[in-house]
Design a binder for this molecule. Structure first.
Ligand code: NIG
Length: 401
């Protein structure tokens, strides 16, 4: 049995439970929180808190649920900074760039892939991410997809099979044969290692018929479905996500009203990845239109070496507010409870009794600072499962009782 942890002196606590506090984020001021056995057991005023063995003094700072990053690609090798630099000078992004990371990943050892994934998970944790999803998709042979999923499973439970990321160059003359491989032997070997099946449905990747076939095969194996949809242009991805009962449609940068209606009707989470739009000089997804329509919105880093080489959810929140039209509170909800919905998780993304004690103490008096102070590392302390998982040496007042 673990010792109980008290976090007291919280200036502003975001619970995401409206029954506990003000507004949709359930904000409690002058709060304390107690965790035991990895779960939250109390939220409220200090004079009613149960006894605890350990204490973190928040000194009036803001505390919020650990971020839930529902879309990353952390299993890869190689560097594409030259491609980024060229894009900043005007060269457009195309899905075909994925194949350069495929070549480096195939050449990488298991240890090298594991080191990259572990380094990025640690980097994400230090910026407040306590739950993340990650994918295969840079192997694209049966063996390389399988080992990518094993590396992914070492860093998270939220593992996604993305054999259908792009058609690898050796199949460029016969994409149908590659779809047959993905839905056949590759899926057979990979499905037991994954929870989700994803497809990149886009010009230059997989068309609607191919994507539908791959998603159906994934569903037959019991995998939940996710779709990279409408990232580079208008197209069938979002509607396909709705038609196939996918949990999440990701990117959704180019949507028309019918796409939005389809996502809403089918209860598909729209996962925005504004850092990819930053890094590809793309237009941004219209988060405002999605939120106004009542679509459930999540925010993810999309971390990958091609279009979004960042693990930072605070950066993502700032972009979503500045560029996607979300309010600060909507962006914070999207990066916490929204991410949890995109992964069908009800144990994370909320700080109420019974939920996992995953939280972030910001060196700031208010959650607004996440967007108001872009590029500033405000994360002082990260608690995961009721234990301190990260303490910023630069912001160490939190934690000293
Ligand atoms: O989510 N869109 C597809 N996959 C990645 C890009 C991968 C790459 O260019 O390497 C994404 O943006």
């Amino acid at each position: 049995m673990s010792l109980a942890l008290l976090v007291d002196g919280i200036g502003e606590l975001v619970t995401n439970d409206p029954s506990l506090g003000e507004g949709p984020l359930g904000i409690v001021t002058k709060a304390c929180l107690v965790a035991e056995n990895g779960r939250v057991v109390f939220v409220g005023p200090a004079d009613r808190a149960p006894p605890a063995d350990k204490r973190i003094a928040a000194h009036g700072r803001c505390v919020l649920p650990g971020f839930v990053d529902s879309h990353t690609h952390l299993v890869f090798a190689g560097d594409r900074s030259e491609e980024f630099e060229a894009r900043m000078l005007g060269r457009p992004y195309s899905a075909g760039g994925i194949n350069s990371t495929v070549a480096s990943t195939r050449a990488g050892s298991n240890a090298e892939l594991s080191d990259v994934a572990a380094r990025l998970v640690d980097e994400a944790l230090r910026q407040g991410t306590t739950t993340l999803e990650t994918k295969s998709g840079y192997g694209l042979t049966v063996d390389d997809e399988e080992r990518s999923l094993r590396v992914a499973a070492d860093v998270t439970d939220e593992v996604t099979f993305l054999g259908a990321h792009v058609v690898p160059t050796e199949y460029s003359g016969d994409p149908g044969a590659y779809v047959a491989l993905v839905t056949g032997e590759m899926l057979e070997r990979c499905a037991p290692l994954a929870k989700w099946c994803d497809v990149y449905c886009e010009e230059g990747a997989f068309d609607a018929d191919e994507a539908r076939e791959i998603l159906a095969a994934g569903a037959d194996k019991g995998l939940g479905l996710r779709v990279h949809a409408n990232q580079l242009g208008y197209g069938p991805g979002a509607r396909l996500a709705a038609e196939t009962g996918a949990t999440s449609a990701d990117h959704v940068t180019y949507l028309d009203n019918k796409d939005i209606a389809a996502l809403l009707d089918a209860n598909v989470v729209a996962t925005l990845i504004p850092a990819a739009e930053f890094s590809t000089r793309s237009r941004y997804a219209d988060g405002r239109a999605l939120a106004d329509a009542g679509v459930s919105v999540a925010l993810a880093s999309g971390c990958n070496p091609g279009t979004s080489y960042t693990t930072s959810i605070p950066f993502t929140i700032a972009l979503a507010v500045r560029e996607c039209g979300l309010s600060v509170d909507e962006a914070i909800a999207a990066a916490t409870s929204g991410g949890a919905r995109a992964l069908l998780r009800d144990d994370v993304g909320t700080l109420s009794p019974g939920k996992r004690a995953d939280l972030v103490i910001l060196d700031a008096p208010s959650r607004v600072h996440l967007a108001y102070r872009p590029g500033v590392d405000l994360v002082a302390t990260v608690v995961r499962g009721g234990e301190v998982a990260f303490q910023s040496p630069a912001r160490k007042d939190a934690g000293r009782g």
